[in-house]
Design a protein around this ligand. Structure first.
Ligand code: EPU
Length: 479
């Protein structure tokens, strides 16, 4: 499967963009078989999922590390690369800028030796497909002095503005012109300048933007209120391998000393802790037992605490016995416990863990509270769960203890989940990546048949999804 960068050679235009908008189309090459990646599944629930799945590199690191390759003067090699749509999109973006890409199973090499600007009309083929293009700003400004960024896509889980990104770039001296077709940026004479930047919220993307822009800037950049997600730390490792000078201070402060030149890297991406947690929740909700090969404990500490409090059991294999690292997650039988939790930036409970966990909480005994503090609009998926028999009420107020920035803003960002609820099959349309996974878990836990549409969004972030599901004994057919 691959997104064809060159519209003239595209053969199939059957897959919708990640935004879900019907007019945003991915161009898929002829090897893409819809049989392997069906858009609609009929699922018969009630079978506990049991077996093993493998997670590879983190979806929220790999595309960013690929963008970082643009900063090097020599080729880079990234390992543990999953075959997901976001990687296709970034490969296409880089190829359109004449980075030579060689992609084999699980590995990508990128040679940025002949980087040139790409035509906006050709880049716009990828408009609406992903949020990654915005991260090309810094590297392109360093390499070419200018950049064109098409409209972004990504899951519709809130407004998802890019004001922090653009403010930071402007502070570093860039000019930004917003046009209907996208953003045009230019570097100041002499290149981007280091400066002091403070984010209003520890945004993952804006932190990555500053890192990718500051490593080759003139002078020192101090970033306050930075995100410190494990994927950011892994991106810092990549940049350090390339020759960057980045110091991580306490209290979310990053200090980046600009250097004159960076080189290619050889790096193995950290495993996808978000996918690992999704399968853990699938084990819990279906009363199953799933071993996630490749999963690692350190980046999942907060999730594992919550999993244990709800009543799930897990066993970590840290690779000491020579076997691959893994975590086995299972439902031990008996009742699950309700709990109150709120999502947060790392090291807190990640917002991407929230949606799959809510399905498991619908099976817990009593009232659970979930307070979503990262995105204002990430509880819409609960409507469909209610249609399946769950009892979930959403509120505008901050419930569960603390007050977040969405208090009094009118957004339905707290949920009260009353369980255990008997779920039944329903017809569902996937709204976003993690919400979609939660629908699938619900369908697998429910009594009867469900029809789930819009699997394209799942393939954006879950590698080999149907095959993994099949391997776990799920009962489903492509419709
Ligand atoms: N925000 C702003 N202005 C900005 C940037 C962000 O107000 O300029 C706000 C957002 O609206 C949001 C909050 O800050 O309310 C956090 O957004 P952040 O920038 O951290 O998110 P992101 O970088 O766009 C990444 C992941 C998301 C993940 C979040 C939070 C990628 C490609 N996406 O998004 O992953 O939820 O960080 O950890 O890395 C997913 O995997 O399903 C997913 C959505």
């Amino acid at each position: 499967m691959g997104v064809v960068a060159d519209a003239e050679h595209a053969t199939i235009t059957g897959r919708r963009g990640a935004s879900g908008s019907p007019d945003v189309r991915f161009l898929i090459d002829e090897e893409c078989t819809l049989a392997a990646d069906a858009s609609t599944l009929k699922i018969v629930g009630g079978t506990p999922l049991r077996g093993e799945v493998t997670v590879r590199g983190a979806k929220n690191l790999v595309p960013k590390a690929m963008v970082a390759a643009l900063l090097g003067s020599t080729p880079s090699r990234l390992r543990n690369v999953p075959d997901v749509l976001d990687v296709d999109v970034v490969s296409s973006l880089l190829e359109l800028h004449r980075v030579s890409i060689d992609r084999t199973d699980g590995e990508v090499t990128m040679d940025p030796g002949s980087v040139t600007s790409a035509e906006p009309s050709r880049l716009n083929v990828l408009a609406g497909s992903s949020r990654i293009p915005i991260l090309m700003c810094g590297p392109l400004l360093h390499r070419l002095g200018k950049a064109f960024i098409p409209d972004l896509g990504g899951c519709r889980i809130g407004d998802r503005p890019i004001d922090f990104h653009l403010d930071a770039l402007r502070q570093m001296g860039a000019t930004v012109d917003k046009e209907p077709e996208g953003l045009y940026l230019s570097a100041p004479e002499g290149g981007l300048r280091g400066t002091k930047i403070e984010l209003n919220f520890p945004s993952v993307g804006a932190t990555e933007q500053v890192l990718l822009s500051a490593v080759l800037a003139n002078g020192i950049t101090e970033l306050r209120n930075a995100a410190v997600e494990p994927e950011i730390m892994d991106l810092i490792s990549v940049l350090q391998k390339m020759g960057a000078l980045i110091t991580v201070h306490s209290n979310r402060v990053l200090r980046i000393e600009g250097v004159d030149k960076l080189y290619g890297y050889d790096h193995t991406a950290i495993p996808d802790r978000l996918e690992a947690a999704s399968w853990a929740c699938a084990a819990l909700a279906t009363k199953g037992d799933i071993t996630v090969l490749g999963a690692e404990q350190p980046s999942m500490l907060t999730f594992l605490n919550v999993f244990r409090k709800v009543g799930g059991q897990f066993e970590v294999n840290d690779g000491g016995d020579g076997k691959p690292r893994s975590i086995r997650f299972w439902h031990p039988g008996g009742a699950l416990s309700a709990m109150a939790l709120e999502t947060d930036v790392a090291p807190g409970f990640q917002t991407d863990w929230q949606q799959p966990l809510v399905v498991a909480l619908s099976q817990a005994d009593g009232l659970s509270i979930v307070h979503e503090t990262v995105y204002e609009n990430r509880l819409g998926f609960t409507d469909a769960l209610n249609k399946m028999g769950a009892h979930i009420q959403v509120y505008r107020e901050c419930l569960g203890g603390s007050t977040c920035r969405f208090n009094q803003s009118g957004y339905l960002h707290s949920a009260v989940i009353s369980g255990p609820a008997k779920l039944h099959g329903a017809e569902l349309v996937i709204p976003d990546l993690r919400g979609g996974f939660s629908y699938l878990i619900a369908a697998l836990a429910a009594e009867g048949e469900s029809t789930v549409h819009g699997l394209e969004l799942i393939y954006r972030g879950y590698e080999g999804f149907s095959a993994k599901l099949r391997g776990l004994g799920a009962n489903f057919t492509a419709a």
